[in-house]
Design a protein around this ligand. Structure first.
Ligand code: PLP
Length: 346
């Protein structure tokens, strides 16, 4: 049976040239970039070249980039590292943030949910785009607060702007790069202390860098402008998918349809059905979709990204997320529509 993959927001496959670069580096670039011998220095040169490529693409100085293994790690390092100086002052946080961002904020003394708490906030946390609904959010204006932005979903789907924030995180495996490489960017003025001790990454993140993954990430970054363009061109296909599904029942809704959204993402609220049951039926029919953040799979809690928008728990449990890969084709979407129509009619 053919398989159809509509879960790009969970993970996208690495680009073919990324696979090549990673494989080559595993064979040839395995040396430790911290070693001072010739092999190590060769690895160091490649590491710094990759850093320069990524920094240029983000429009920041290379020295401000810290390589991490995942956006989850980058968010924990960032937030925990700011806690000593900022943790006992109020933070204003977007309530639909990913758990990778909310969890390290647990120990902060006061967390207010945006748009509340802006006036007195010393820290503002606002994701660029939500993983489940695709809704794109502006960074709230704040005169004196440190502003943190999670760009894990936005990267490669829409242009990313760092002029309105002081730190941001990026994940490799959602934009054609490999797993195991992510970026933490911070302005050097941030009152941040490192937590993972070690000489690597200018003492900001200890641990031998995963050079093959980082080189793969730099390779994927070379294709970013093209990827953003291709993702942008998906909006009419996504809109057609939604228009068709909405025509089947007035109980169905596309969440955030009237707001700026990632062009590849559709959070479909199918009242009268359980998202999980629809997802399983689609999987059996050959289609991979999700019922929310992949990181929450297995949990029975309804998605907070959806309830935050004012939907009930039952409604949140009726959502499936379809997220298209940049090369999604009309025929694939038609096949999904046919299968979904059959399943919803049962
Ligand atoms: N932030 C957002 C918005 C995400 O969607 C995800 C993953 O789904 C993460 C952070 C965590 O990314 P990673 O898988 O690189 O840890």
């Amino acid at each position: 049976m053919p398989r159809f993959y509509f879960d790009a927001n969970a993970t996208a496959p690495p680009l073919p040239s990324v696979v090549e670069v990673v494989a080559k580096s595993l064979v040839e670039g395995w040396a430790n970039p911290t070693s001072i011998h010739r092999e190590g220095q060769g690895a160091r040169r490649l590491l710094e070249e990759a850093r320069a490529v990524i920094a240029e693409s983000l429009g920041v100085p290379p020295a401000e980039i810290v390589f991490c293994s995942s956006a989850t790690e980058a968010l924990h390092l960032l937030i925990w590292g700011l806690r000593i100086s900022l943790g006992n002052k109020p933070a204003a946080v977007f309530p639909g943030e990913h758990s990778a961002c909310l969890n390290p904020l647990r120990d902060w003394t006061t967390v207010r949910w945006l748009p509340d708490g802006l006036e007195e906030a010393a820290t503002i946390v606002q994701m660029a785009a939500n993983n489940e609904t695709g809704i794109i959010y502006p960074m709230p204006a704040a005169a004196n607060a440190v502003r943190l932005k999670d760009c894990a979903q936005a990267w490669g789907k829409i242009p990313v702007n760092l002029s309105d924030c002081d730190a941001a995180v990026f994940s490799g495996h959602k934009m054609g790069g490999p797993r195991g490489a992510a970026v933490l960017w911070m302005r050097p003025t941030l009152p941040w202390v490192p937590l993972m001790e070690g000489p690597q990454e200018r003492r900001r993140r200890g641990g031998t860098e995963d050079l093959p993954a980082i080189l793969g990430l730099a390779e994927a970054v070379r294709f970013l402008p093209e990827r953003v363009e291709r993702n942008g061109a998906l909006a009419p296909l996504r809109d057609r998918l939604e228009a068709e599904i909405l025509s089947w029942s007035s109980d169905y809704e596309a969440i955030g349809r009237d707001q700026p959204r990632l062009p590849n993402t559709s959070a479909l609220l199918l009242r009268g059905h359980t998202g999980e049951a629809v997802q399983i039926s689609l999987d059996l029919a050959g289609f991979a979709v999700s019922t929310g953040s992949a990181c929450h799979s297995g949990a029975t809690e309804p998605s907070h990204a959806v309830t935050t928008l004012g939907y009930s728990h039952d409604e949140a449990r009726s959502v499936i997320r379809v997220s298209l890969l940049p090369d999604a084709r009309e025929e694939e979407v038609d096949a999904l529509l046919q299968a979904l129509k059959r399943i919803l009619k049962r």
